[in-house]
Write a protein that binds this ligand. Structure first.
Ligand SMILES: O=P(O)(O)OC[C@H]1O[C@H](OP(=O)(O)OP(=O)(O)O)[C@H](O)[C@@H]1O
Ligand SMILES: O=C(O)c1cc(=O)[nH]c(=O)[nH]1
Length: 219
């Protein structure tokens, strides 16, 4: 695990964003862990997670012109990442959508910079891929090109119902469908390594449950 990935998992745990126990995911699975990006709800933690996004994007070495954050959580994540990138000397425009179209003022559903050029979609997680697919449609409808997806945590789990699991995760399906990279700051392997290394004794008790979940659903 690279330092950045290790530091990210540690940070997400200490911020209370990555938790262990029993949680139900959007797909209805009972998961032994959950990543709730809505809990990056203070200036310092939002600034810190944005630095992780910005550094991961810089390290990926992809060419891009601007950022797009799908409502709602993607809005703060993309905005804060743009601030972090500016702090690293790269000033990029960003935009996001409204979930409901506005029929007065400037109208429409897109807020922020004009969607143009190569656009990186920034979100927290991908579950079924709906948010990314909607983002791709909005970006293309504006005449721009989605070029990558950047998420915080790749859960690395096969999509589909329990009795008909897909070979691929939703992340892999999105990457294949659109022929673009899906980059994550950290993933399930990083998380597992982190709780296994004994550095945080309170988390060791969750190791077996995470291992069993990974065996059942992991890609
Ligand atoms: O891959 P998907 O199946 O789309 O799931 C992932 C999306 O779901 C969550 O947002 P949600 O749609 O709950 O909206 P929110 O950001 O307004 O909470 C999450 O923040 C992603 O955007
Ligand atoms: O699959 C989900 O619903 C999901 C998992 C997770 O860890 N975090 C999240 O926001 N959604």
């Amino acid at each position: 695990m690279s330092n950045l990935r290790q530091e990210f998992i540690e940070f997400a745990v200490s911020a209370g964003v990555l938790r262990f126990g029993e949680f139900v995911t959007k797909a209805g699975r009972t998961s032994p862990y959950f990543f709730n990006a809505g809990l990056f709800s203070e200036g310092a933690t939002l600034a810190q997670v944005a630095r992780f996004y910005a550094q991961t994007l810089a390290d990926a070495g992809i060419e891009y012109d601007m950022l797009f954050g799908p409502a709602y959580k993607g809005i703060t994540l993309a905005s804060a990442t743009a601030v972090a990138l500016a702090g690293m000397g790269r000033n990029v425009p960003f935009a996001f959508n409204r979930k409901e179209a506005k029929d007065h003022g400037e109208g429409g559903t897109i807020v922020g910079a004009k969607l143009q050029g190569k656009v990186v979609i920034i979100d927290d997680v991908i579950s079924a891929g709906t948010s990314v697919r909607e983002s791709v449609d909005m970006i293309r409808a504006a005449g721009a090109t989605p070029c990558a997806v950047l998420i915080a945590l790749d859960r690395m789990e096969r999509s589909g119902k329990d009795d008909a699991l897909s070979e691929l995760s939703a992340v892999q399906e999105v990457a294949r469908e659109y022929g673009m990279p899906v980059i994550s700051i950290g993933n399930l392997n990083d998380l597992f390594e982190y709780i296994s290394n004994g550095g945080d004794a309170r988390l060791t008790q969750h190791k077996d449950a995470v291992a069993a979940y990974r065996t059942r659903y992991g890609v």
